[in-house]
Design a protein. Sequence first.
Length: 434
Amino acid sequence: MPPAAERKERALSCARGEAAPLSGDAFAALIAPLGPFGAAPRLAVAVSGGADSLALALLADAWARARGGTIVAIIIDHGLRLESAAEAALTAARLTGRGIPSEIIRLTGLAPGPGLAARAREARFDALIQAADAAGAAHLLLGHHAGDQAETLLMRALAASGPAGLAGMAGWRLAAGGGAALLRPLLSVPPARLRATLRAAKLGWVEDPSNTDRRTLRARLRPLAAVPARRAGLLAAAAARSTDRAAQNAEIAAILAERVALYPEGYALLTPGPIAPAALGAVLRLLGGRPYPPSTRAIAALSAAPRPATLAGVRLMPAGRHGEGRFAGGFLLVRETSALAPAIAARPGALWDGRFRLGASPSWADGANLGALGPLARRQFPGARHLPAAVLAGLPALRLAQTLIVPHLLWPEPALAARFPVIFAPLAPASEQN
């Protein structure tokens, strides 16, 4: 549909008090700036079964087919509700009915307890990235829309997020470890248009009860973000800040190149003297394995006068003998040992502690895990004195019964360690604020 006709369609729908479906041409215009995609694009689409992601799958499928490409829908069954397995199967059946291939991945090991929602989100995201990579998709599409963006902005404002955070979710960014690029083509689209798209296609969707659970901050803010005038204002402000964020990312990259040395064992050295809060926050996020940096308020004093401290799961300590040249008198930044994540099942693509990813490797027997080397590492590896003790204790190690493999130390011997590569692959590039 030509742009003029698209605008006329929207105007008529608004006059009738309805939302217009999103046309294929409109979707093509939204996704085009997030490319290039090349010939015969191969896309992965995260599909929860809700209206937003299901509409995205329909639109992306039509867009890809028109260009000789394909998509695969990735459905994550989190297992947190009794209905989740049935909902995942229903969603797969709906997609199959439209000729869209899908894959259901069931999450395991999500034990009840503190931070369950956050742990489930992290596990879901990790599974999506792994599935997209396995499917050969260079891009993973996410169904976040204008309502999600507005809610995110309100939440970040309440959390005293800095200017970069108040730019909202980015339409494009790289996944951890350089995997599939994450695309959000619907950030300017109101959710009502996505539901209208499904109604026009005569396709149903799943309603997740957690979306209306008033115990969550996002659900409580949703009515505020849904007011059209307020949402439009929030999105306009985010667009302006997005331009500023791009400039800030470039500035952060320049500061980090001058002031910070980052090592594949997951630690960093910082030159002496004050550093811009955004730059220090980027390093703390990176080394702490977190998706977002600490708030500007939390980091202001430390960036103005760096000193021994612990913040956001990262320790700052004098560099000592590890600081030479421009780092003499500077600081060592290392993951806080007590904050390290527990061991996880050792599977290719597994991400431990939000920082280290296990690469492709031969099949590993059931029961193997990936976790921290531990506090006794200095005694066991006296030859690794080139590494600070705190770094050594937090190195990723693979264990199965009596077998210990420490890839970063080439232990027990280089050929074996090389079969199980573990790379430092934090959740986002250090200079990227999102």
